[in-house]
Ligand binder design. Structure first.
Ligand code: T46
Length: 135
């Protein structure tokens, strides 16, 4: 599964925390878009899609949420709850986000601008695309 947990260097001191996200240092792609998800209700599940090409890195800069990740062969769950840790998600990974804390702010860096055609939002179609690549 094309995912990776990236631990960012903390430059915090007695005044507070600071993390820098920098191309060619700790971000593995050219950043073309930044968005953030906030005020999500705790009983809501977001995501439920995979991307054909898009590479993204997500950071819970505040609070926490749970990611279910699925490449069609294996599934895993990761809780993001640390502002100095990023989750890289490559193409071909189904993701569902749930259990958002009320204060959660999920920052997402992406290597492409928004393109609805890059989404696979139907799970059966996702499995079909995985099987087609494997055969
Ligand atoms: C992902 C997870 C982690 C835009 O207009 N521009 C954007 O850049 C984005 C990301 C979304 N939108 C619109 C499309 C929908 O009408 O905002 C609405 C909500 O998007 P969506 O339902 O796709 O949001 P999530 O939280 O289910 O998924 C998002 C990203 O779309 C997705 O790429 O990997 O966060």
């Amino acid at each position: 599964m094309e995912i990776e947990i990236i631990d960012f260097q903390k430059h915090g001191d007695e005044r507070g925390g600071l993390v820098s996200l920098e191309l060619d240092n700790n971000i593995p792609f050219d950043i073309k878009r930044v968005y953030y998800i906030f005020d999500t209700l705790s009983d809501v599940t977001r995501g439920k899609h995979a991307h054909k090409q898009l590479r993204q890195l997500t950071v819970a800069v505040k609070g926490s949420c749970r990611f279910l990740l699925d490449d069609g062969n294996e599934k895993m769950e990761i809780v993001l709850n640390c502002a100095s840790q990023g989750l890289y998600i490559g193409p071909g990974v189904w993701r569902e986000m749930s259990e958002f804390s009320s204060d959660c702010v999920l920052l997402v860096l992406a290597d492409e601008i928004y393109d609805e055609d890059d989404y696979i939002r139907d799970y059966e179609q996702f499995l079909y695309s995985v099987n087609a690549k494997q055969s």
